[in-house]
Design a protein around this ligand. Sequence first.
Ligand SMILES: [Zn+2]
Length: 285
Amino acid sequence: MLSFISNYLPNTVFQSLTAAYFRVSALRQNGLRGSHSSQETIQLNKMKVTILPALSDNYMYLISDENTKQAAVVDPVEPETVLKAVRDEGVNLTKVLTTHHHWDHAGGNEELVKKISKRSSSDRFSIGDINVECLFTPCHTSGHICYYLTAPGQPPAVFTGDTLFIAGCGRFFEGTAEQMYSALVEKLGNLPDNTRVFCGHEYTLQNLKFARFVEKENPEILKKITWAQEMRKQGIPTVPSTIGDEKKVNPFMRVMMGTVQSHASCSDPISTMQSIRREKDNFKA
Ligand SMILES: [Zn+2]
């Protein structure tokens, strides 16, 4: 609906309508709790990732390097929350990493960039001692980027926006099944198994229900559903996952497996990807 009316409205009007739409649905979803999940900090040795819940099911991430106190933020749609976390942690925010142009990810950039000096644009850069590599993963949007972070002596981390979700993937708004296969299997799937996965939304339970529908006998999926239900009952985020775990439960990363292909009645990974994505688009959990 929003993309339809966007063709007829000046950009500024569209931006404020979009903002209002997301804020109202967040209010409806979160009620007086104010937030869909608790704010949690994941300590990966010298790299610290603070999970900042936003809107009705988005996640923003504040990444900081403990050695140098340099910090970056991923998809800061709610700048106020980000700036409070920056103050609380006493870090120096110097970079904004945007996964893609959708408002619920990039909508806070303008306001935040006014307050800090830099914005990253090259393929490789660093946050203090943390190395960042941009992985180009077009499909959900044609310019979608995932950020792969490494630092000596600690597990890597990848920030996957709306390309890879825990047990799922983003809709193919501006791309093809080939592109999503390349993103999920060839690029993200080739990262080390212990890579922590931080995605753009809390969609884990809905995704796992679809995963169970695709592979009814997969015990890893059943185990993860029990775990995720417990976490969500307590309002705890289900991120991060790992690349190794995703390969065990995520049907979109398992399109080369016989079980997933036979569910889709397909015999190759690309048409299986196409078929299960179409099925997921209409799936009621
Ligand atoms: Zn999106």
